[in-house]
Design a binder for this molecule. Structure first.
Ligand code: 5GP
Ligand code: MN
Length: 340
């Protein structure tokens, strides 16, 4: 992973300079990086005197519900804005109902994202897959344009950076990232408190849901570990948030696994597929082929049910992809530390 400096396109500063009322939209089923980057950017813009509105179709998830200002989110971008900035999302559909193309299509759209699967749907596109989080991009943007980072903004940015790196435990954490973290702490982000509230705290219902789901764990001979979360399990556990509370990351730590997958049945009959891969393997391409997206090590998609059909389809695609990836790796000598 290259550690070169991340540069920011000046067109973004021009778009911000000329705007007055800005909708900052993040993705459906938001995670910590979505919420942190959206609120961080919103507050940077407000401190420049802009009228900025954080927008997300879905509620703020439990892990970051303690952040100040989470109640400011609106579900749909107002029609009277003069700039839309999308943050942490790789395709226009990931804004869901927050973005109505009918009313907003003619308004300039700046796409700020770190997903390798980004489709460049904006009028200005700043796509930086080397950034470990959209929050890291917000940090570089603030620095490049001289926007002041208050302790509250530093807290938003560090929270999203920490969630997308699972607490600085992903393989893309570099000296550059640690310098960003250090600077954010110096700017007033309380790293110990953020870690405590974000990683060392979960609802009892999610622990019960894991207990219901884990007995059905499956392992494919190629090294794919997976399980399903049914709507019935979710009801029995009393867990009403979307997502698996980190279960896919947990099962993917099994040493025998190259890829981990959690299939979650949704009330509307669709199935959410959440995938993780060890460094050196890639689930983003399979996610993209399924109509989703993400990063090589963490990707997902929402596909048609029923659950059994969805599972068969995805496991089949992953077995093929993994066999191919193993063959490609075997053809190239690997350094001893580069994963299995
Ligand atoms: P997770 O498995 O934690 O839900 O998501 C992992 C990564 O995949 C995240 O970066 C997320 O943005 C991306 N991702 C998850 N689901 C979808 C999806 O339905 N569409 C797209 N484009 N990306 C997704
Ligand atoms: Mn992100």
């Amino acid at each position: 992973m290259s550690d070169n400096a991340i540069t920011v396109p000046p067109e973004i500063a021009n778009a911000i300079d000329t705007a007055h009322r800005i909708a900052v939209i993040t993705h459906v089923a938001p995670d910590g990086d979505a919420i942190g980057s959206c609120l961080g950017l919103t507050h940077l813009l407000r401190n420049l005197g802009k009228d900025a509105i954080p927008v997300c179709q879905d509620p703020v998830p439990y892990i970051v519900n303690w952040l100040p200002g989470v109640e400011e989110f609106v579900r749909k971008a107002p029609a009277d804005v003069d700039l839309v900035i999308s943050i942490d999302l790789s395709s226009i559909d990931r804004m869901g109902d927050a973005y109505d193309a009918g009313t907003l299509g003619h308004i300039p759209l700046v796409n700020i994202d770190h997903h390798v699967t980004n489709t460049y749907f904006g009028h200005v596109n700043w796509v930086e897959p080397r950034a470990v989080a959209a929050c890291e991009m917000v940090y570089h943007l603030a620095l490049a344009f001289g926007y002041p980072i208050t302790p509250q903004i530093a807290t938003y940015i560090l929270t999203g950076l920490l969630t997308d790196t699972r607490g600085l435990r992903t393989a893309n954490v570099s000296a550059r990232v640690l310098r960003v973290v250090t600077h954010l702490v110096e700017l007033g982000a309380p790293i110990g408190e953020i870690t405590e509230l974000t990683f060392n705290r979960r609802p009892l219902a999610i622990v019960k849901l894991w207990a219901l789901a884990l007995p059905n764990l499956r392992v494919e001979p190629e090294g794919i570990i997976w399980l399903v979360i049914t709507e019935a399990m979710r009801q029995e556990a009393g867990y009403d948030e979307p997502g698996d509370g980190g279960l896919v990351s947990f099962i993917s730590t099994a040493e025998e696994a190259y890829i981990g997958v959690v299939f979650t049945e949704k009330p509307d009959g669709t199935v959410n597929v959440s995938m993780r891969a060890r460094p050196g393997y890639d689930v983003a391409r399979v996610a993209f082929a399924l109509g989703g997206g993400g990063h090589p090590q963490a990707a997902g998609a929402t596909i048609d049910g029923p659950l059994d059909t969805a599972v068969q389809r995805v496991i089949h695609a992953l077995r093929e992809a993994l066999t191919e990836q193993k063959a490609a790796r075997a053809a190239v000598p690997q350094p001893a530390h580069a994963g299995k």
